[in-house]
Design a protein around this ligand. Structure first.
Ligand code: SIN
Ligand code: CO
Length: 376
């Protein structure tokens, strides 16, 4: 549906995580997959995360969290409505993720959509993720600065801003233009006309995210908990001292559970496949049988992975796949398992993979009956 005009290898070599890029007409003849009233409709829902950002009469930044019942503020200039994880809720908007599948599933965060009245924006800020900002409806003026140390401050409890910066990109985005902004580069955008922007974000975990999640996992898995031992204790002249070999021993005890990257896989697979935002899971009213699903494939049906559902596997371990925070053993049908992780949509090519193994059929049927894959 959306064809990305970009030399991907050149982009990865020169720009990805290195410097910002304006991709003029990255999507030629761009048609918005969602209308402003649908964006507002999503912002009325309890499960959907949304924000209204504007400046008040005193020119002070304000932010309100959804769900909203009124959008009067958007009638005024200088207001933005931002809706998170729209790929989880809107099938056509979700299509905007697909051109970016040249990046791995596990790096994708979500599709955030903003609708801004004239002059609307969230102010100068630095994001902790890489983002492709696609211009839909209207025009928006964007500025991006160099990655330098900039003072950051709280403009409002829900808005972190950065100090003014000189622009290395200063551009008026038109429908179909894409601005790639790597993590850490300051930027700001203000609507010239009522505007829709689509942000496809890629967030990598930082050290603290990894360590805190890993620690939670270790606490859950108490059984494997190793305690520091010192059977060769010697009489100590200086009891206040922690000796060098003791520090090494403590360090070793900590590392015991993560000596090799492979040890991390069960935890990482679950953690990286967990969705940060709610999923729109519709469990089938009537469970499908294997035969019914095979018949649907034979009739040419396509099954789509639920928007926002994460499905991943490790190169080092063909036996397991991870879907939505759960590990599944697919040692008997790993081709099917991997195919489901790699493709957003599957069709008749699955027939062969399903018919060679009954457990493969059971597994796919389970995924469909769980609402994880669906057919229209
Ligand atoms: C917006 O669309 O207003 C915000 C996008 C961003 O700055 O990351
Ligand atoms: Co930003």
């Amino acid at each position: 549906m959306f064809q990305l005009n970009l030399d991907i290898n050149h982009f990865l070599d020169v720009y990805w995580q290195k410097k910002p890029l304006l991709i003029k007409q990255g999507f030629a003849d761009f048609q918005d997959p969602i209308m402003p009233d649908e964006i507002a409709g999503l912002a009325m829902e309890e499960e959907v995360e949304s924000r209204l950002v504007y400046r008040d009469e005193q020119d002070k930044w304000q932010a309100e969290h959804g769900p909203f019942t009124s959008f009067d503020k958007l009638e005024q200039k200088g207001t933005s409505l931002l809706v998170q994880a729209v790929d989880h809720w809107h099938e056509d908007a979700q299509q905007l993720i697909r051109p970016f599948r040249f990046l791995p599933n596990w790096r994708l965060d979500d599709l955030m959509i903003s609708y801004s009245s004239v002059n609307g924006g969230v102010g100068p800020h630095i994001d902790n993720y890489d983002v492709f900002i696609i211009q839909g409806l209207g025009k928006r003026h964007w500025r991006v600065g160099a990655k330098t140390e900039l003072n950051e401050f709280t403009a409002h409890a829900a808005l972190k801003h950065c100090a003014a910066f000189d622009a290395i990109i200063d551009v008026e985005l038109e429908p179909g233009d894409i601005l790639y902004i790597p993590v850490g580069f300051p930027h700001e955008g203000y609507a010239i006309e009522p505007s829709i922007n689509y942000s496809v974000g890629f967030r990598a975990p930082d050290q603290n995210d990894l360590l805190s999640s890993f620690t939670d996992h270790c606490i859950d898995e108490q059984d494997n908990c190793v305690r520091y031992l010192d059977k060769n204790m010697q009489h100590r002249e200086k009891p206040g001292k922690i000796e060098a070999h003791e520090l090494i021993g403590l360090h070793k005890t900590m590392l015991e559970s993560c000596q090799t990257p492979e040890q991390l896989m069960p935890w990482l697979g679950k953690m990286l496949s967990e969705s940060v935002h709610d999923l729109d899971i519709a469990v089938c009213d009537e469970a499908h049988s294997n035969t019914q699903i095979l018949a649907l494939f034979n009739e040419g049906a396509q099954f789509t992975r639920l928007g926002g559902l994460r499905a991943i596997y490790f190169e080092q371990d063909a036996d397991f796949i991870y879907i939505n925070g759960t590990q599944y053993n697919c040692s008997e049908f790993n081709k099917l398992g991997h195919h489901l992780c790699d493709q957003d949509e599957v069709g008749s090519e699955l027939i062969e993979l399903l018919t060679e193994n009954e457990n493969a059929q059971n597994f796919f049927t389970f995924l469909v009956n769980s609402g994880y894959w669906y057919s229209n």
